[in-house]
Design a protein around this ligand. Structure first.
Ligand code: C2E
Ligand code: MG
Ligand code: MG
Length: 712
């Protein structure tokens, strides 16, 4: 049906049995730009309407064969006839004819006698109105098609929550809603009878807001549909003063995708438990919750003790599997509700967020609602016990232990970063306390670690800044009463802290590897001094230098010793290296090789702090040790302490039996010197003979040959 305004000339069917009338009609039509076709009776009119589908029909009532009413009804029954405008021509004031015309389906009527100019306008007007109706009908059909095609359900709703219109979307929700409503339309019903009460209330709030702010509002809610949760978004926009249009969309798919993304971003891919990011967020939430509720919580930081070794020796696959099993065990361990006192209030998944893998072999556990500190310690011990059972991986039984640090809110800190850091610090402390340990954080720990770090920074600069220097302590030959040697003892003049004892900084130097350059500096300085004294006194003064275990393990050791001797010109026989028992016992094979090299150079070896370790004398003899230095702890109680006296005597006797000489350390009194002389001790060293002193002071002693007399 041509129904657009761009038509050039419309076609009008004129049905009248009077040829004059038809002629006049055609002329009138032509004058307003329309074409006419003619029918002389009703039957012909119906046939033409069927064949040509005119834009308008002018139908006379009284015609032979079939009158206008019958023709009108017949045309309306044609396939294209329902919408074509039909104007009936009635006679005079025949009101009944007018009524009958409308009943037969006429669009309009004109009455005779015809006012020709008016009829022209009338025809044009009817054509235009018909066009508009057709356009509306098409637009409406299009709208319906669109609504039927989009997945969204659409409704109109009044301000007070009554559905004014409702059109289910082509998929999902709409039908569900209709199903829920029992296949009947929602139109006329109140939203509170259709949706769960809380959702209906939220929806009505948004309806009110949409009406007042005149902006699109949206609301998300969850429905249970066919037993499955369905996420829904409703967008509301005001379409009148008291009416909104709503578009309801199933967003379950989007929610699922979001959940998937969340899982990827927040889950540790190896173990499936939350990762660092997730833990930080959980921690932040817990922090806020605890602050508001005035509650306490604990953060546990766990690190496996020898994971690196397992990874290195058994391979990364085994390492990965171990981490998985560890996380499973942790999950089991913290699952019972004694961890979560509010466990039954929480959905199960939430209990899992309290456990996380931060990375590597580091795991964290959050213990909320902590009532007592012991509770956190209990969990830590349970975790440790759980780790102690062997792990079975690829047929290997793997044993691991864990070190755990604990920080507490609010005692230790009130922000996540600090709490996590402090738990880590406490864990580190637990490790240094011998691993397989659980320790609570304390602020003194940080102080300790901070000063440790500060000291380390200072020590790195100590050498360049000339802050290290040596003192020398004389060693006296008991029989000849001559100073036959000195021990070099290092000191650190710290800019702020003053003189730092080697007992404090040597372990630090060992830990950081700085002992190697420091040791080399000590060796060279001591050799230079010894060579100087030898020239000055023309006597052989033996120089004893302490070697730490780390230095001893350094493969360049003999090279360093050799070049120190070479550069200073010192006779190797005047250098004695002091080792502890522990250093020698560590790795017997490597030790023998190193000792052989050193002996090959011609330097002597002595065992420092003898008696505190666990070496057998026989063993020491194999190492070609020249001297044993009896530890100060045996000497300090003399002469009263009979047990130590006996031990001292036995050590001296046995050493002599194996052709080793004995040096007694820490001799502080003349009585001690007397007793040691009686026991046949070879050399003595201690405050009684001289404290460690600067080189010049020792030079004076060497020149004067001053010796204190043993008390008898
Ligand atoms: P050590 O090798 O056993 O040195 C003897 C320590 O005993 C020295 O402490 C010395 O001052 C102290 N002492 C000596 N006579 C007496 C006494 O009669 N009474 C008491 N109460 N103490 C006495 P110092 O100098 O503080 O050195 C401590 C330790 O530091 C040394 O023990 C040694 O193991 C280490 N050390 C010192 N200098 C060096 C060095 O250059 N390299 C290495 N690796 N270690 C060093
Ligand atoms: Mg020593
Ligand atoms: Mg010693």
């Amino acid at each position: 049906m041509p129904a657009h305004s761009t038509r050039q000339r419309g076609t009008v069917l004129v049905a009248d049995d009077d040829p004059v009338m038809r002629l006049l009609m055609l002329e009138m039509l032509d004058s307003v730009g329309l074409d006419g076709i003619e029918a002389a009776d009703g039957a012909q009119a119906v046939a033409l309407a069927h064949a040509r589908t005119p834009d308008l029909i002018l139908l006379d009532i009284e015609m032979p064969k079939m009158d206008g009413f019958a023709a009108c009804r017949a045309i309306r029954d044609l396939p294209n006839g329902a919408t074509v405008p039909i104007v009936m021509v009635t006679g005079g004031d025949d009101l009944e004819a007018v009524t009958n015309a409308y009943e037969a389906g006429a669009t309009d009527f004109v009455s005779k006698p015809i006012n020709w100019p008016i009829l022209g306008h009338r025809v044009l007007y009817v054509l235009r109105a018909s066009d508009a109706i057709v356009r509306l009908r098409i637009a409406d059909a299009q709208n319906r098609a669109v609504l039927a095609a989009i997945p969204d359900t659409f409704f109109r709703m009044s301000r007070d929550g009554v559905y004014l219109d409702y059109e289910p979307g082509c998929e999902g929700l709409g039908r569900g809603a209709r199903d829920a409503a029992g296949e009947e339309t929602l139109i006329g019903r109140h939203v509170a009878d259709v949706l769960p009460r809380d959702i209906a209330e939220r929806l009505l709030e948004q309806v009110a807001t949409a009406l007042s702010v005149r902006q699109v509002r949206s609301i998300e809610y969850e429905l249970i549909r066919f037993g499955e949760p369905q996420h829904v978004e409703a967008r509301l926009v005001a379409t009148g003063p008291d009416e909104v249009l709503g578009l309801v969309r199933d967003i379950s798919e989007r929610k699922r995708a979001e959940e998937q993304i969340r899982r990827l971003a927040y889950c540790d891919s190896l173990t499936g438990i939350p990762n660092r990011q997730a833990f930080l967020e959980t921690l932040e939430r817990e922090l806020q919750r605890s602050k508001i509720g005035n509650k306490k919580f604990a953060v546990l930081f766990m690190d496996l003790d020898a994971f690196k070794r397992i990874n290195d020796t058994l391979g990364h696959d085994v390492g990965d599997q171990l981490l998985k099993q560890v996380s499973d065990r942790l999950r089991e361990t913290i699952r019972p509700n004694d961890l979560l006192s509010r466990g039954d209030l929480l959905p199960r998944a939430d209990a899992d967020t309290n456990l996380a893998r931060l990375g590597g072999d580091e795991f964290t556990i959050l213990i909320p609602d902590l009532e007592r500190v012991e509770h956190a310690l209990n969990v830590a011990h349970r975790v440790k016990d759980a780790m102690r059972r062997p792990f079975l991986i690829e047929g290997n039984e793997i044993f691991v232990t864990a070190s755990i640090g604990i920080s507490l809110f609010p005692e230790d800190g009130d922000d996540c970063t600090s709490l996590l850091k402090f738990a880590d610090t406490a864990m580190y402390h637990a490790k240094t306390c011998g691993k397989n340990n659980a320790k609570l954080y304390s602020s003194s720990l940080t102080m300790q670690i901070m000063s440790h770090v500060k000291l380390e920074v200072g020590l790195r600069r100590a050498l360049q800044n000339n802050e290290l220097y040596l003192l020398y302590q004389p060693q006296l030959d008991v029989r000849s009463s001559e100073i036959v040697g000195v021990e070099a003892l290092v000191r650190w003049r710290h800019a702020e802290r003053g003189i730092v004892s080697p007992n404090e900084f040597i372990p630090l130097a060992e830990e950081t590897g700085l002992i190697v350059p420091i040791g080399e500096w000590v060796l060279r300085t001591a050799c230079t001094q010894a060579r100087h004294w030898q020239k000055l006194t023309r006597r052989p003064v033996r120089m004893a230098v302490n070697l730490s275990a780390k230095q001893f393990k350094d493969e360049n050791l003999s090279q360093i010793v050799l070049s120190a001797l070479h550069d200073t010109g010192l006779d190797p026989r005047l250098l004695e290296l002091e080792l502890t028992e522990g250093t020698l016992m560590d790795d017997a094979k490597a030790t023998l090789a190193t000792l052989e090299q050193l002996r090959g150079i011609g330097v002597y070896l002595s065992i420092d702090d003898f008696g505190t370790g666990y070496s057998s004398m026989n063993y020491l003899k194999r190492f070609d040790v020249r001297a044993l230095k009896i530890d100060r702890s045996f000497i300090s109680g003399l002469p009263q302490d009979s047990e130590n006296a006996a031990i001292t005597r036995a050590i001296i006797a046995m050493a002599h039996g194996l052709k080793m000489i004995v040096v007694a350390e820490g001799v502080e009194t003349g009585e001690q010197l007397g007793l040691l002389e009686e026991y046949g001790c070879d050399l003595v060293q201690g405050f009684y003979l001289g404290r460690p002193a600067p080189a010049e002071a020792v030079t004076a002693m060497l020149q004067r040959l001053w010796v204190p007399a043993p008390a008898r």
